[in-house]
Write a new protein. Structure first.
Length: 103
């Protein structure tokens, strides 16, 4: 599997983005060249949220220059053991889920 990048997120966990996941992400509107924005959201998120699956975290980054309907970049990360991978990323108009707290 080919990695586009591997970085350490705000939680000090290694995260990678694969070629396959990048192709999926690029199908979303305004996501033709998302790599630097995804890295920024993982390193410096506005907030990190969690929903039903505790192995998945949602990193949000605000982009004030974007239209209100696409103000936040969401980066979904699935963790397996101590490392994670980007599942998807897209712009959204709201932040959902509960605030994630380190345990």
């Amino acid at each position: 599997m080919t990695y586009i990048f591997e970085i350490t997120d705000k939680n000090k966990k290694k995260i990678h983005l694969t070629t396959e996941r990048l192709k999926h992400i690029q199908r979303h509107p305004r996501m033709h060249d998302p790599i630097e924005n995804i890295k920024d959201a993982l390193k410096n998120p506005l907030t990190i949220r969690i929903e039903d699956d505790e192995s998945v975290l949602y990193f949000y980054k605000e982009f004030k220059q974007m239209p209100q309907s696409e103000r936040y970049l969401l980066v979904s990360v699935k963790y397996l053991k101590e490392e994670g991978f980007v599942v998807t990323s897209f712009f959204t108009n709201r932040i959902t889920g509960e605030t994630w707290k380190t345990k």
